[in-house]
Every structure is written in structure tokens, then in C-alpha cells.
Design a protein. Sequence first.
Length: 145
Amino acid sequence: MIYTPATKKAMRVMFEAHKDAYDKSGVPYVFHPFHVAEQMEDEVSTIVALLHDVVEDTDITLDDLREMEFSEEVCTALDYMTHRDGVPYMEYVRHIRENPIAVRVKLADLAHNSDRTRFDHMTEADVRREEKYALAMRILKGGEE
């Protein structure tokens, strides 16, 4: 991970936003965006990875992030990353393809979300979600429409 002032600011925002949340396996949620960020190779993608669920899952808005002086490049990618209510999931995934930063981050996000070692046991719902994520990854890689 690249530790710049902007990256450290994103880490603080992400931690504060998710500090009381836990993932489906009971692990503090902050480890998920941190793991996704560790897969990135540049500053902008790292920041987007750290913040990728902040707008979707908390009260923080894109305008709030702009006020915090995150770059427009970061905010644009986060806008693509944010799945809005009423938008079918695969439509949302296809839209992400328009932004290369969002594609990189979403692929890492989906890979981590599909990592079976994160779960103590897999339910039918987990298997269905994993299949949905596999299709999303194929779409993002250009393999399916």
C-alpha cells in the first residue's frame, strides 16, 4: 500500500465510517477495505479501495468526500463503485466498466468477497452470492455482456 497523506486520510475516514461494523463472518469490517487497498498499485486506486463502501454503506456522501478534499478522480471512481437502490446488480457492474479505477478496485473487492476462507461455513445464500460475484468478475473482465 502507498502511504501518502491522502491515503492516510482515507484510512482514517474509512476506519471512522466502519469502526462499529462487522462482516458476515463476524470480523471487524475495516479489514475488508484495507485488504482490497493492499491489492492496489497506485495512490488513487488505493484511496478508492479504502473508501469503496463508505458512500454505499454509511451516511458519508460524495460531497462530504469532496469537502474533505479527496480528488475528483477519486470521487468519480467512488461514484461508479456505489451501488444505488433500485439498480439491478449486473447493470451496476456493467456501468463500472466505464471507469478503469473502479474496475480494478471492484475486481479486488469481488475476489476478497469470494474468498471462502473468510467464512466458517458456507450457506446456500453464500454459494449463490459467490456465483453472482463470479459472473460480475467475468463482466468486468469483458468476458460477458
